[in-house]
Design a binder for this molecule. Structure first.
Ligand SMILES: *[C@@H]1O[C@H](CO)[C@@H](O)[C@H](O)[C@H]1NC(C)=O
Ligand SMILES: *[C@@H]1O[C@H](CO)[C@@H](O)[C@H](O)[C@H]1NC(C)=O
Ligand SMILES: *[C@@H]1O[C@H](CO)[C@@H](O)[C@H](O)[C@H]1NC(C)=O
Ligand SMILES: *[C@@H]1O[C@H](CO)[C@@H](O)[C@H](O)[C@H]1NC(C)=O
Length: 310
């Protein structure tokens, strides 16, 4: 980073996140924000579409830990901080309208890196809370120089896996993206230049290696006959987001008539990459249970606070 200090974080407003989960739609923007330590502040936005939802909340979730409530508002132009946080030191909330709210995070530090969730509810307790999809805030580690673009490699199905899976008539290609920073990344597959989402699955979280750079894997299962056609091209596209914007890197392999592993594919590399994938999976908490957990935490918190008030 040069001497000229940037004062504002770079936000990547790709699209608003919308979470239509029943009562009210909560939208958050941006989806991603990349900051540097020492940035003066970053402001996150939240909107919902039903002004009968008087309560709005901001939460943060660091790594895969529990959600922590930061601030809440029970009406226009009023807000409160949730202890142990202290008003206006780190967090300032605004509620200019019943349908909108912001959270300002000041004096950005590494520890502010988290996913921030906005929620709204009709009451503080005994009512469901509806969540936005979150804003992911990355604070760049000053110990890592600049932004490092990752590398992308597609690995053909392993020979052993080919035998094991032959009965199922499916082949699994593995895409490994390594050495990128920060961990904002999008992976998608193409077959003969057409997007393929069926049979595709990507780790939900990138893993940080000892060198502080990240890696992620993605898998594509295709019918065996598709893989055995050398005319077919399988491409893994990885979009790396960084403070300057984004960069798409891809790698392509062609189908193999014999189903033999292609050149450049070593067994150790495959084992290593699938191990990475397994680790990533074990780290990840199933997304489907996530909303349930959030509601449980909310209920628990509300119970706790109403007991305190009595
Ligand atoms: C937001 O969440 C909803 C439901 O969980 C999902 O359908 C939608 O694709 C998400 N939007 C984005 C931009 O991720
Ligand atoms: C960062 O760059 C400086 C100068 O280019 C170099 O001396 C230092 O070793 C680098 N640090 C890392 C962690 O790469
Ligand atoms: C890294 O990505 C940036 C865009 O963010 C691009 O301008 C640059 O050429 C890339 N560097 C390499 C070595 O690919
Ligand atoms: C393919 O998927 C990527 C990522 O989801 C998307 O940006 C792109 O527009 C898609 N392309 C087509 C042709 O649908």
């Amino acid at each position: 980073m040069s001497v000229s200090m940037k004062l504002l974080c770079v936000t990547l407003s790709l699209l608003l996140t919308a979470n239509v989960s029943g009562g009210v739609t909560v939208q958050q923007s941006p989806v991603l924000s990349v900051c540097r330590e020492g940035d003066v502040s970053v402001t996150l936005q939240c909107y919902h579409d039903d002004s009968s939802y008087y309560y709005m909340f901001w939460y943060r979730q660091r790594d895969n830990n529990n959600m922590e409530m930061l601030t809440y508002s029970m009406g226009q132009d009023v807000w409160e901080i949730e202890p142990p946080f202290v008003k206006d030191i780190k967090y300032t909330m605004s509620r200019p309208k019943l349908t909108s709210s912001t959270l300002e995070i000041k004096n950005v530090e590494l520890g502010d890196g988290a996913v921030y969730y906005c929620a709204s509810s009709r009451a503080r307790s005994n009512q469901p809370a509806y969540f936005g999809n979150g804003t992911k805030l990355t604070v760049l580690d000053p110990a890592i120089n600049g932004t490092v673009n990752g590398t992308v490699k597609v690995l053909p199905p392993s020979t052993e896996e080919c035998e094991a899976r032959n009965k199922k008539k499916k082949k699994t290609l593995v895409c490994v993206a390594t050495d990128f920073y920060p961990d904002h990344v999008t992976v998608f597959w193409q077959v003969n230049d057409h997007n393929r989402t069926e049979g595709a699955g990507t780790d939900n979280k990138a893993l940080q290696n000892d060198n502080k750079l990240y890696s992620i894997t993605s898998r594509l299962r295709v019918p065996a006959n598709e893989w055995h056609n050398p005319a077919n091209r399988f491409t893994c596209n990885v979009i790396f987001y960084n403070e300057k914007g984004y960069e798409c890197v891809d790698d392509t392999i062609s189908g193999d008539l014999q189903g033999q592993s292609g050149e450049g594919m070593t067994r150790e590399y495959y084992v290593k990459s699938t191990l990475t994938a397994k680790l990533a999976y074990s780290v990840f908490i199933a997304k489907s249970t996530f909303y349930g957990l959030v509601v449980m935490v909310l209920i628990w918190r509300f119970k706790g606070s109403s007991e305190k008030q009595i």
